[in-house]
Design a protein around this ligand. Sequence first.
Ligand code: ADP
Ligand code: MG
Length: 305
Amino acid sequence: MQAKGVSKRYRQKKDRDTLAVNRVDLALKSGECLGIVGESGCGKSTLARMLVGMEKPTEGTVFFDGEALPKLLQKDRLALRRNCQMVFQNPFEIFDPLHTVGRILLSALKIHRIGRNREEREQICIQALEQMGVAPAEDFMERRPGQLSGGQLQRIAVARSILLSPKCLVADEAVSMLDVSVRAEIVNLLIELMKNQQAGLLFISHDIAITRYISHRIFVMYQGEFVESAPADQLISQPAHPYTQALIDSYSSIALNRESAPKTCFLSEGCAFASRCPKAEEQCRREKPPLVPSGLNRTLRCWKR
Ligand code: ADP
Ligand code: MG
């Protein structure tokens, strides 16, 4: 999965637009796990929706298997849906409360014409549930969403995705709403699944610690743009961007609280982070820094390197 210069501009009622995502480049290979971190409102979900073809970029192109998404969507929408799966934040919102788990899973298989008959499809569902640690799987097939906990529902959401053997999975705050005790379990299951299926995983979260745990490489997003990327361990042990440093050290002097986070994304002059940055100088407020290679395997958008 690849994004080239992808932007999303939302029209607002008044004179101002929101530039939710600004010229993002990204490439996800099979078997690889990339993390995206950043505060709420920085554009993570918008980027995710564009990557899986749920939303159209205003600029730039998303590619899957080397082919541009608009063309793929025209040619074989179903195949793209199958290959690029997304797991959402709120598992209580995504299922029809009247349907049983069995019906939910079976209909996904039917839509994508997987399995020769009902028996075979049921077998595939039970296997996926067991893989996700939902047991006894046969019992859960009869239950409805209202009878399940958030953790169980999210396991079923992931099971529904992996039923289809996707080539990539985009998990957008997929464990954020769950109890801390089940988060690690679900994350471990995701890691295992990606290994087994050699799929690519894009793990999106505002929680840098859990993202480090799962990702090979982390991209830090601020106001619709990447400001730094590095191998996960390096990013945490040697954060180069002042914003990354602030994210890691949540007690730092710039205290990244909601109040000080700019609400909308604008193409400001200079660095978007300058107003909150302890290191900002004249140049930072005047000129926007480009995202450039910085050391081995890293990129950085900062004048104060
Ligand atoms: P995140 O997932 O990082 O919290 P989002 O991608 O949800 O961020 O939002 C990024 C910005 O785009 C926010 O300012 C948000 O208000 C705006 N936004 C997101 N979706 C829409 C939409 N459908 N219409 C208008 N503005 C939107
Ligand atoms: Mg989001």
